[in-house]
Design a protein around this ligand. Structure first.
Ligand SMILES: [Zn+2]
Length: 241
């Protein structure tokens, strides 16, 4: 009797431990899910038959990154959406203004680019509001928000919604850890694009050279596949969103 009881207790503990591990894994998966979240609206691509994609650039701005990207977008007449970090806007004044002057769209990518999990509501609200002030000072009244690392659960989305932003994720992201050659890096993106895709590329920092080298290949590849490239707002509008 005693043995059975002990085994029963042990397996109970084991089941509880497994359940805890599984739910922790589930929460972790949910925190980085691209196309669903528990609170508020999230968009990772739009439904359309049209060969239309949105191009988004995350992080920075840095002068080198802005130089490199504008040099490829401008001659092709392409406008894109840049999700900027507030602290980087402060460090490199004038870069957000350059992007706006060139006709591009900006988005809020928080002030300090941290993983926004397990923090206070006040922390999330500040991350959003401080960047909003900087974006507005640069001349952008954007309603688009992207969480750093795509990470969010409940607290951040609540503040995003309260601040009147819409969360924009992506369905095709660059994979610099897998592809270190510009052509392979670009082909990987081109192979995954479909109508309504939102593409994410990180071109801003020194270690992002492969992304900057791949950008013209991506842009020309999209054109030869028949895709028009637009901003996120334009994609949402064209898809009735
Ligand atoms: Zn980022």
């Amino acid at each position: 009797m005693r043995i059975i009881k002990r085994v029963g207790m042990r397996s109970g503990i084991a089941i509880a431990a497994i359940a805890l591990i599984l739910s922790a894994a589930l929460v972790w998966q949910l925190s980085k899910a691209r196309c669903m979240q528990l609170v508020g609206e999230v968009t990772c691509r739009v439904e359309t038959e049209e060969k239309l994609v949105a191009l988004t650039f995350d992080d920075g701005p840095t002068p080198e990154g802005v130089d490199a990207v504008l040099a490829e977008l401008e001659p092709r007449g392409i406008t894109a959406t840049f999700f900027l970090i507030g602290s980087r806007m402060e460090k490199f004044p004038g870069q957000a203004e350059r992007l706006i002057a060139a006709g591009h769209e900006l988005g809020n990518h928080t002030y300090s680019h941290q993983r926004n999990l397990g923090r206070s509501q006040e922390f999330y609200a500040n991350e959003i509001a401080k960047t909003r002030v900087l974006l507005q000072a640069a001349g952008s009244d954007t309603k688009l928000f992207r969480p750093p690392f795509g990470k969010r659960l409940i607290g951040l989305p609540l503040e995003v919604e309260r601040a009147g932003y819409r969360t924009i994720m992506w369905d095709v992201e660059d994979q610099p850890e897998k592809f270190t050659q510009a052509s392979a890096f670009a082909q990987d993106i081109l192979a995954r694009v479909r109508p309504g895709s939102i593409i994410l590329i990180h071109p801003m920092y020194r270690h992002n050279q492969v992304a900057r080298d791949a950008l013209p290949i991506v842009l020309d590849g999209l054109r030869s596949q028949g895709y028009a490239v637009v901003t996120v707002s334009e994609l949402l509008k064209r898809a009735g969103g």
